[in-house]
Design a protein around this ligand. Structure first.
Ligand SMILES: Nc1ncnc2c1ncn2[C@@H]1O[C@H](COP(=O)(O)OP(=O)(O)O)[C@@H](O)[C@H]1O
Ligand code: SF4
Ligand SMILES: [Mg+2]
Length: 379
């Protein structure tokens, strides 16, 4: 590893789900048996003590991208490296493996929207939390394991910890279960935690409490977070306080990435403006003012994304060129963590073909892409 290797690097990552997977997937998610391009060419660096919030409508690929970042999903294209080590080469024992896969697995943890799913209903919290410690740190004595679990429970506000340690999952509230799942991840001393809609099911005050806890932990343990949320105001809260970034996803791609201020105050991508419009609690006075900045068209099928710019079927600013050409994620700066977007409109010096291209009218959009229902997820 060289000094300038990021903690995690996703390089042109693709996750394409083939049609002929398990029966359940085929029935529930992919009845047509087509290839779903859940992630389709994403590059992203995650640094130490970083926060990246992935936002976008349901089905745009947030979970798949997050899982790929923390090595729970193998990409079908591109590469994911941890401190310079290709994660899947480490898993397969390919080449000169400098960081063993087990070490990478331990460093990358996840907490889910439904924290109950990671807790055994028949085991006490103490038993559930000790199990992974036994596996990853077999050298710890039972007494040390216990002390570590109790210390961490107290750390996340579950006091008195002895009381919580002796409970079963059904004796915990939703917020307490989520804290327990967080303790379980933290006991691994991870570098990155993927929090996948981890606060979405909590009511507002608990949500803020939980996000504040994540921020404390980021400071104290230096943990990085990939925070997945369909709710832009949660993403803003976390990214702003952590000094992190928001990445806006659309149909398997990151279409805009930047600091919370850049994304909220100075969005460059028309889709980011749609998400802003649809997010009521950002600015209650302005919420839903006027018409939505989007054409009345369904979210396209991820197995058959539109040609050119994938957003062109819904974009009110689309012009002819957008149907044929696919804009790259572009930043005006050399800094890889700077504000970037994939829309031709940011090339305002009229040299770009977009500015001379005829506007796209609804009649030039194919009929099967049109629908009376507008399906922006309001949050
Ligand atoms: N295991 C799978 N097999 C087939 N398709 C999948 C699988 N997992 C996710 N998908 C599809 O990939 C797309 C992205 O899903 P997901 O990453 O869960 O999006 P999000 O988290 O943004 O809602 C969706 O169309 C979803 O149905
Ligand atoms: S490139 Fe064209 S279609 Fe795509 S977001 Fe920009 S204006 Fe809209
Ligand atoms: Mg998801």
């Amino acid at each position: 590893m060289t000094a300038d290797e990021p903690l995690l690097r996703l390089d042109d990552v693709e996750v394409h789900f083939e049609g002929q997977r398990g029966v359940l997937d085929r029935l529930l998610r992919n009845p047509g048996g087509k290839t779903v391009k859940a992630v389709d060419g994403v590059s992203l660096d995650i640094e130490e003590q970083d926060v990246v919030a992935l936002v976008g409508e349901s089905g745009c690929g947030k979970t798949t991208l997050g899982k790929t970042a923390v090595a729970l999903q193998r990409p079908t294209g591109g590469a994911v490296t941890y401190r310079g080590q290709d994660i899947w080469d480490a898993k397969d024992g390919k080449g000169n493996v400098e960081i063993p896969y087990q070490e990478i697995r331990r460093s990358l943890q996840i907490i889910h929207q439904d924290p109950g799913s990671s807790l055994n209903p028949n085991k006490t919290i103490m038993k559930s939390l000790q199990a992974p410690l036994k596996k990853w740190q077999p050298e710890l004595s039972p007494r040390d394991r216990r002390t570590r679990v109790l210390g961490m429970l107290e750390h996340v506000g579950m006091a008195p910890p002895d009381d919580y340690a002796n409970r079963y999952p059904h004796q915990l509230s939703g917020g307490e279960k989520q804290r327990t799942a967080l303790v379980r991840a933290l006991l691994m001393n991870p570098d990155v935690i993927l929090a996948d809609e981890a606060v979405s099911a909590l009511d507002v005050s608990l949500r803020v409490e939980m996000m504040d806890l994540l921020l404390d932990l980021q400071n104290e343990f230096g943990t990085s977070f990939v925070f997945v949320s369909h709710n832009l105001s949660n993403a803003r809260y976390l990214a702003q306080k952590a000094g992190g970034r928001i990445a806006v996803m659309y149909l398997g791609r990151i279409v805009e990435i930047g600091t919370a201020e850049e994304i909220l105050q100075n969005p460059r991508h028309p889709y980011t403006k749609v998400l802003r419009w649809a997010t009521a609690d950002l600015d209650p006075d302005k919420a839903h003012a006027g018409t939505p900045p989007v054409r009345k068209i369904d979210i396209p099928d991820p197995s058959d994304p539109p040609s050119g710019c994938r957003f062109h079927t819904r974009c009110p600013k689309a012009r002819e060129v957008c149907v044929h050409e696919d804009p790259d994620l572009f930043s005006h700066s050399e800094d890889p963590s700077s504000h970037a977007a994939s829309c031709f409109r940011q090339f305002q010096r009229r040299g770009h073909e977009y500015w001379n291209s005829p506007e796209l009218t609804d009649s030039t959009i194919t009929d099967d892409a049109r629908s009376e229902e507008n399906v922006i997820g309001r949050s």
